[in-house]
Design a protein around this ligand. Structure first.
Ligand code: FES
Length: 173
């Protein structure tokens, strides 16, 4: 008498085999690695530039240090993003208390970029390279400079003068 084959139970649901578990684990690890690598790029693209620019403001001087119409040269450090690197750069500015505002001039002459200085006897900024002369409010008085001194954005917080990014250059001489 022939034996009847054992009945096979219908199995419509996929079974969790060891092989499937291994494949799912490998896919999960790959997904975690890709997410970890992509997160900095996505954050760089999605975080608004304005939020990153908050760090552009540095504490450069104390209001109490400033004598009206007498420029003070101040040095400060600022972080600059260069691709993926953040570089700390030293910079300077001439900070002046004018009657209606406190301004900070970039330290380069607007002619060809030489470093100018404040001459207390002439009470003017003087560039030694081609003899441009600027008034205390940054306007060109003499020489080949094509525009007034470039200014940083400034704001006062408590007793501190904060210096921000450079303003767009003024075209008025
Ligand atoms: S660089 Fe200052 S006058 Fe030319």
């Amino acid at each position: 008498m022939a034996e009847k084959p054992a009945a096979v139970a219908p199995d419509s649901a996929p079974r969790l085999t060891r092989r499937r578990l291994s494949v799912a684990t490998i896919h999960g690890i790959w997904a975690a690695i890709i997410a970890a690598l992509a997160a900095p790029s996505i954050a760089y693209l999605l975080i608004p530039a304005r939020a990153r620019r908050k760090n552009d403001w540095v504490d450069a001087a104390d209001v109490a240090q400033l004598v009206p119409a007498v420029p003070l040269e101040v040095a400060f450090r600022r972080n600059r993003v260069d691709g993926w690197r953040v570089v700390s750069e030293k910079s300077t500015a001439w900070v002046v208390k004018l009657p209606e505002e406190i301004v900070a001039y970039a330290p380069q002459c607007t002619h060809l970029g030489c470093a100018y200085h404040w001459d207390p006897r002439q009470t003017h900024f003087v560039c030694p390279c081609h003899n441009s002369v600027f008034s205390v409010d940054g306007k060109v008085e003499e020489g080949p400079a094509p525009r007034p001194l470039d200014r940083y954005q400034t704001r006062i917080e408590g007793s501190k003068v904060l210096i921000g990014p450079l303003r767009a250059p003024s075209r008025t001489v």
